[in-house]
Design a binder for this molecule. Structure first.
Ligand code: PRP
Ligand code: URA
Length: 209
């Protein structure tokens, strides 16, 4: 599949190992989610267009390239996607930010939308959807449908831990989207948690249970 990228990089592997550990506390967990988001962002922005510019160095004029026409928008899926925003903004400081609130029903595992606030010009922007966990894929597939209803055309999903069943669901429903994943885990348990996974990302980010 040329629209599915699993990050294969020692920095991400190392950071993920600490992220998964049950004794990693909230401060370190938040820092790692942010850092991994930055690293995935590097790959997810590889196709950004650049414009030639002349830059006066102290010695002469250099023929350079700058990103001048790209208009990114970050869309974290609440809550856990919020943990990826700061890292993404470090790399893409001019990005606008929209929000979609999604909560998985604990019995049915179906996503329920409770909030949506997106920039009016979303159809002109590259949308980076952020959610650290891609389990059944229901939340991300539903969020992408909402984004398309609001006019989004170019959509990239950035997720940290995923399961194949969820990736298949997202790309089956939205084959025009590119999914970037930090790591592909083994399976889901009966409650829809990713195994081995890292537990509940929202709870670990925000200290809830
Ligand atoms: C988690 C996670 C994803 C979703 C993944 O959110 O952040 O949004 O579950 O599961 P899925 O792929 O099976 O849909 P959750 O619903 O727990 O809400 P939270 O972020 O507020 O904790
Ligand atoms: N949401 C999480 O936070 N963790 C999982 O393993 C699955 C869904």
């Amino acid at each position: 599949m040329n629209n599915f990228t699993v990050m294969n990089h020692p920095l991400i592997s190392h950071k993920l190992s600490i992220l998964r550990h049950k004794d990693t506390g909230g401060k370190e967990f938040r820092e790692l989610v942010s850092e991994i988001a930055m690293l995935i962002c590097y790959e997810a922005t590889r196709d950004m267009k650049t414009t030639p510019v002349d830059i006066p160095t102290p010695l002469m004029t250099a023929k350079c390239e700058m990103i001048t026409t790209e208009k990114p928008v970050l869309v974290p899926i609440l809550r856990a996607g919020l943990g990826m925003v700061d890292g993404m903004l470090t790399i893409l400081p001019s990005a606008k930010i929209g929000h979609i609130g999604m909560c998985r029903n604990h019995e049915t595992l179906e996503p329920e939308q409770y909030y949506c606030n997106l920039p009016a010009d979303i159809s002109e922007r590259t949308v980076f959807v952020l959610d650290p966990m891609l389990a059944t894929g229901g939340s991300l597939a539903a969020a992408i449908s909402i984004l398309k209803e609001k006019g989004a055309k170019k959509i990239k999903v950035l997720s940290i831990v995923g399961a194949q069943v969820g990736v298949d669901k997202v790309l089956g429903a939205h084959p025009d989207v590119h999914v970037y994943l930090g790591v592909l885990d083994d399976c889901l348990n009966e409650k829809g948690y990713i195994l081995p996974g890292l537990g509940d990302a929202g709870d670990r980010l925000f200290g809830t249970e």
